[in-house]
Design a protein around this ligand. Structure first.
Ligand code: PDD
Length: 280
């Protein structure tokens, strides 16, 4: 692969970042993942807006303009011959030259890294026909999940717990309600109504979430933004997740109990179709 590091396009084995980089030592970094279908970027502007918001929340100056990021994304697609896949972008607070809890002095250059992940047939995943099985795991992440930082150890642990329990993924719960998935937003459908947690510091403000809710409202579907419990999800007609990498993906089992009839439901199927049609 050709990857991007601080303005340069390099073979991946020649791309380097300092051992003192705060992204490495402190997880002092934010990221975005944008999907590519047929060579086209999905929801690019939304991801750039959220990147700016994440950086702002951490008092980091955005080192590049949206147009510069767009050019780099397009170059990486081109140089790596990506048809379907993902582009990962990470901005760290840079390399202060030593380890220190205090932020480095102003003017320390941020580190910008981007790379591609080729995923042929990304939109045709067979899982969309069968659905995901998930378990609930307590949400032990920090209190600013709306900032898309690279502190992904706890979501990784939750994912591994799900795998150890023989299922695909986990939904995280706090004070009895579902916050979100390990790397996606969570939804249930009851009586035709789409229910998903309201935006706050408790969850990532998903770019796919925003698009899917907009399309749902445009299609006259009812949407309610509120928290829900695992018990309510198990009694729902349908459940699903959204993210840039999975688009809309049905959930058919929660903590060993099937959701609805235990198969992929019409609302998740329709939303997936609408999202893929409208976004590409
Ligand atoms: N994850 N919630 C969390 C905790 C996430 O990590 C993500 C995205 C989402 C969905 O956001 P969006 O629709 O903007 O992708 C929700 C990305 C895909 C990842 O970490 O790979």
């Amino acid at each position: 692969r050709t990857v991007y590091v601080n303005g340069e396009y390099l073979p991946e084995d020649q791309a380097t970042v300092s051992v003192f980089d705060r992204g490495f030592l402190m997880a002092d970094a934010v990221y975005e993942v944008v999907s590519v279908l047929d060579g086209k970027l999905l929801d690019f502007a939304g991801h750039m807006t959220r990147l700016a918001r994440s950086l702002d929340a951490l008092a980091m100056t955005n080192p590049m303009s949206a147009d510069e990021y767009l050019d780099a994304h397009r170059q990486l697609i081109e140089r790596n011959g990506i048809t379907d896949g993902l582009i990962y972008l990470q901005v760290t607070r840079g390399n202060p030259g030593d380890r220190d809890f205090a932020y480095p002095p102003e003017g320390t250059a941020p580190t910008v890294v981007m790379f591609t992940q080729s995923k042929p047939g990304l939109a045709d995943s067979p899982v969309a026909q069968t659905g995901l099985k998930i378990v609930s795991v307590e949400d032990l992440r920090w209190g600013r999940r709306d900032i898309k930082t690279v502190q992904l150890l706890y979501p990784s642990m939750a994912k591994m717990e799900a795998k150890a329990r023989g299922v695909d993924d986990a939904w995280l719960t706090e004070d009895g309600t579902v916050t979100e998935g390990t790397s996606n937003n969570a939804y249930i459908v009851k009586g035709g109504k789409i229910i998903t947690r309201e935006l706050s510091h408790d969850i990532l403000h998903g770019i796919t979430r925003a698009a899917v809710l907009r399309f749902a409202r445009e299609a006259q579907m009812q949407v309610e933004e509120r928290s829900f419990t695992i018990a309510e999800a198990q009694e729902a007609d349908e459940a699903f997740i959204t993210s840039a990498s999975s688009f809309v993906m049905p959930v058919v089992e929660i903590d060993g109990k099937q959701v609805g009839k235990g198969d992929v439901g019409p609302v998740a199927t329709r939303l997936r179709e609408i999202y893929l049609e409208e976004s590409r």
